[in-house]
Design a protein around this ligand. Structure first.
Ligand code: NDP
Length: 241
């Protein structure tokens, strides 16, 4: 996939799917700036790993729910890269709460992190996005099928699809593409309890959880020039659920 030389911003790259996206893009020749909310061992470990990969890569701390942090993050992209060829809105949070107990603060935290942050990042980055640029929003397969205890999360991820479809039409005339990758259950560093694992395995025709690199490959494809006529699409990567 042709991403060599591309300047890319990936949010939430320190661990999980984002980390696989960052490492995949960097190994394929892209220059990558990524952020995480906290400066922890995941972020420092990623920075060390990226040092071994040719190209210009940076791991910074930025909370994508903070307007000031987003402004500083995009400014860092402008100063270091001068442009962005791709943005991957990957940062997200989830919680499992019965709807009757879901308070407004938790609703806002989840919607801000999964939806509003992506809109804010794209809007702030518009001056850096030229013809040929690609935005990939990481959604979730459950957005379109629903799941108990995740009303706030699925509402936010469904909103991401609406945002994507509208911006595909609004930014398409400028040559900017925008798509969603919707992962099914993925095995990240976060441990999956055995009972949950068993339920997922029985739901997924391929009989296993996905790997972060399997999401990263789909993201990389949509960010690449090979996907040059794909716009406003939702690509499910879920083992066939
Ligand atoms: P993880 O929880 O493993 O990692 C999340 C990453 O996002 C971390 O780097 C975290 O940084 C960062 N992050 C979270 N909130 C913020 C914030 N406000 N500002 C900056 N960075 C932030 O997530 P996953 O890899 O599991 O998920 C990645 C994406 O994929 C999410 O959008 C998620 O909804 C989606 N997804 C995941 C699935 C799965 O099975 N794992 C399934 C379907 C969709 P820090 O370490 O500092 O908190």
């Amino acid at each position: 996939m042709h991403v060599s030389g591309k300047k890319v911003l990936v949010t939430g790259g320190s661990r999980g799917i984002g980390r696989a996206v960052v490492l995949g893009l960097a190994r394929a020749g892209a220059d990558v700036i990524t952020c995480s909310r906290s400066e922890n061992e995941f972020a420092t470990g990623l920075a060390a790993e990226l040092k071994e990969i040719p190209g210009e890569h940076h791991v910074v701390r930025a909370d994508v729910t903070s307007a000031d942090d987003v402004a500083a993050l995009i400014d860092e992209c402008r100063v270091r890269f001068g442009r962005l060829d791709a943005i991957v809105n990957n940062a997200g949070v989830i919680s499992h709460v019965p709807f009757a107990e879901l308070d407004l603060d938790e609703w806002r935290r989840v919607v801000d992190s999964n939806l509003t942050a992506a809109a804010r990042i794209i809007q702030a980055a518009l001056p850096l996005l030229g013809a040929g640029a690609s935005v990939v929003n990481v959604g979730s397969r459950v957005a379109t099928v629903g799941i108990p205890l995740r009303a706030h999360y699925t509402a936010a991820k469904s909103g991401l699809i609406g945002l994507t479809r509208s911006l595909a039409k609004e930014l398409g005339p400028r040559g900017i593409r925008i798509n969603v990758v919707a992962p099914g259950p993925i095995q990240t560093e976060t441990e999956t309890p055995p009972a949950v694992l068993q339920r997922y395995q029985s739901m997924i025709p391929l009989g296993r959880l996905g790997r972060p690199d399997e999401i990263a490959t789909a993201v990389q494809f949509l960010a690449s020039d090979q996907a040059s006529f794909i716009n406003g699409e939702v690509l499910n990567v879920d083992g066939g659920i």
